[in-house]
Unconditional design. Structure first.
Length: 113
């Protein structure tokens, strides 16, 4: 199973970006998909996760970020609005399928003027 993330880049404060992550390979039933991030010098942290029933967000992104999934395509997306410099980080997608954890390589998001 491979996770391919895309959509990172440089954006000004207040701007928007959309991250996408596609799971490919011999993937079974997906239990959850999510996004995490790691800023320089900090630990990796949860941004948002989504199951078939609901979504959960870190307090720092509530109201600004929206996670969604496309079950038919095994994809998870993260729409990020009102971006702040403190959102700068490498963003990683994660999926849990049949009890196994998979991580993508990460995509860099830089919020700077």
């Amino acid at each position: 199973v491979q996770l391919q993330a895309s959509g990172g880049g440089l954006v000004q404060p207040g701007g928007s970006l959309r991250l996408s992550c596609a799971a490919s390979g011999s993937i079974g039933s997906i239990d959850l998909m999510g996004w995490y991030r790691q800023a320089p010098g900090k630990q990796r942290e949860l941004v948002a996760i989504i199951t078939r029933d609901n979504a959960n967000y870190a307090d720092s992104v509530k109201g600004r970020f929206t996670i969604s999934r496309d079950n038919a395509k095994n994809m998870v997306n993260l729409k990020m609005n009102s971006l702040k410099p403190e959102d700068t980080a490498v963003y990683y997608c994660r999926t849990v399928s049949s009890g196994t954890d998979y991580w993508g390589k990460g995509t860099l998001v830089t919020v700077s003027s």
